[in-house]
Write a protein that binds this ligand. Sequence first.
Ligand SMILES: [Zn+2]
Length: 75
Amino acid sequence: MTCSQLGGPCDHPHSRTTADDVINAQDQHLRQVVAAGDTEHIEALDQMKGRWRRPISGMKWYRQAKRDFAALPED
Ligand SMILES: [Zn+2]
C-alpha cells in the first residue's frame, strides 16, 4: 500500500504484512517527512492526528483502510 492510497500526497510504498502495520508505517512516514520540512504532507498528518482524536469517525477510516488493504494482491 502506498502513502497516496492512505490519503497522503506521495507514492511512498509501505510493504507490510498487516493493515495495522501499514497504518502505523503511514503515521510514521507522515511524521518523518513533515519533521524533515515537507509541507505537502502536513494536511495528511493533521487528518491522521484528527483520527486518533475522534475515535468514531477515525474508526470508519480505519475500517476502510483495512478493507482496501485486504483487497490488494499480496506483494
Ligand atoms: Zn507520503
